[in-house]
Design a protein around this ligand. Structure first.
Ligand SMILES: Nc1ncnc2c1ncn2[C@@H]1O[C@H](COP(=O)(O)OP(=O)(O)O)[C@@H](O)[C@H]1O
Ligand SMILES: CC(=O)OP(=O)(O)O
Ligand SMILES: [Mg+2]
Length: 405
């Protein structure tokens, strides 16, 4: 069975095509700058060089049409016809309280995703465009949705409630949801498999640090706390997001700088974090380079990012009364030896000991970077949200076929 996995953002659409008989990636790529005259389609077939095309792509329906066209392209395509795509799986950031597992798309599911636009204005509307674009271009192909929030639905009320009037929760579902759940679930399972320990006996802190960043406390295989909240703005300092701040800053900054609510929201989501403190970049690679070249603002941005991350790791170790495993994943976690070193250097009070040479060794494999004597196993586990989406979609499609029979 061939499954197309789609992660639609407001101006981008990432895709991977899987053959699920062997869990093999046939092709992957992305369309960036959707809505602009010079959108970029990049495409990488399993064997063959990457192809890049720059052209006008004004909306998601066209983006999907271009993706399908290249997948069946005479020369570069990996399929002979679109009919070879059996199902499509989408990443959906916000599933609210309605979804604690992946589901097949139907009218009710679409209505619910739309109802949640308010809670994830940067993400959910884009996902809906992705679903509609597939409906337009491949009307008979079943679709499934996999939610970033689902894994965190096991959090207890003391984790997910805010200490504010309960009417806001009861009437408007204002609570903490958490995100990147697909990744936190995947890397914690892989961590247990890597260590050959039963997942249900482990206290794991997972750090998904990419463009968006969050930590999770995974106790016996279940998420019991996570750093993101109602929206993906709470918690860690990120590339362009502030993470935790005093909420009183919002009205204060609005008054002092004559900003509207939209402007402050955009400031906290798009113009804060590493970008704001360094004045240079939201990209950790550039921050580390500048820091090594002596840039003090970049060094401050790096230090603040590390310090805030380490405080969450400490908090989650306290939440679980211990930590057996610390996992680093996503762009920064998988690639930045400097960030991992800085975090681990200050966690020795937990009996955690980093194996410095192992940490420095670049690798794309799952690996341990703690010493054999360390009381906490420190692992680098490359995440694979797309594979989880493909697996869930595959399972749901097979189940739905059984139901029909
Ligand atoms: N070698 C590296 N060193 C430090 N940071 C890196 C490295 N490679 C990638 N990153 C960082 O990873 C981040 C992107 O992470 P990623 O998980 O790909 O994000 P997303 O999927 O949310 O777009 C960027 O900040 C980038 O700088
Ligand atoms: C939820 C979230 O922050 O997603 P991303 O990391 O893709 O921005
Ligand atoms: Mg990501």
């Amino acid at each position: 069975m061939n499954i197309l996995v789609i992660n639609a953002g407001s101006s981008s659409l990432k895709f991977q095509l899987y053959n699920m008989d062997h869990e093999e990636v046939l092709a992957k790529g992305k369309v960036e700058r959707i809505g602009m005259e010079s959108a970029i389609l990049s495409y990488e077939p399993e064997s063959g060089a990457e192809i890049r095309e720059v052209e006008e792509i004004l909306e998601h329906t066209t983006a999907i049409r271009k993706v399908l066209a290249i997948l069946v392209h005479k020369e570069h395509g990996v399929l002979s016809s679109m009919d070879e795509i059996d199902a499509v799986g989408h990443r959906i950031v916000h599933g609210g309280e309605s979804f604690s597992s992946s589901v097949i798309v139907n009218e009710d599911v679409k209505r619910e995703i739309k109802r949640l636009f308010d809670l994830a204005p940067l993400h959910n509307p884009a996902h809906m465009l992705g679903i509609q674009a597939v409906e337009t271009n491949m009307p008979n192909v079943p679709q499934a949705v996999v939610f970033d929030t689902a894994f965190h639905q096991t959090m207890p009320p003391k984790s997910y409630l805010y200490p504010i009037p309960m009417v806001l929760y009861k009437k408007h579902k204002i609570r903490r949801y958490g995100f990147h759940g697909t990744s936190h679930a995947y890397v914690s399972e892989r961590a247990a498999a890597f260590l050959r320990w039963p997942l249900h006996e482990l206290k794991i802190v997972t750090c998904h640090i990419g463009n968006g960043a969050s930590c999770a406390a995974v106790l016996n295989g279940r998420s019991v706390d996570t750093s993101m909240g109602l929206t993906p703005l709470e918690g860690l300092m990120m590339g362009t997001r502030s993470g935790d701040i005093d909420p009183a800053i919002v009205p204060f900054a609005m008054g002092k700088e004559e900003l509207t609510l939209n402007e402050v929201t955009s400031m906290l989501n798009k113009h804060s974090g590493l970008m704001a403190v360094s004045g240079l970049s939201s990209d950790m690679r550039e921050i580390v380079e500048a820091m090594e070249a002596g840039d003090r603002n970049a060094a401050l941005a790096f230090d603040m990012y590390e310090y805030r991350l380490r405080k969450y790791i400490g908090a989650f170790a306290a939440a679980m009364n211990g930590m057996d495993v610390l996992v680093f994943t996503a762009g920064v976690g998988e690639n930045s030896a400097a960030m991992r070193r800085a975090v681990c250097r200050n966690l020795t009070f937990l009996g955690l000991e980093l194996d410095e040479p192992a940490n420095e060794q670049p690798s794309a494999a799952e690996r341990a970077i703690s010493t054999t004597g360390s009381k906490v196993q420190v692992l680098v586990i490359p995440t694979n949200e797309e594979l989880v989406i493909a697996r869930d979609t595959h399972r749901l499609i097979l189940d739905s076929k059984e139901d029909v029979v």
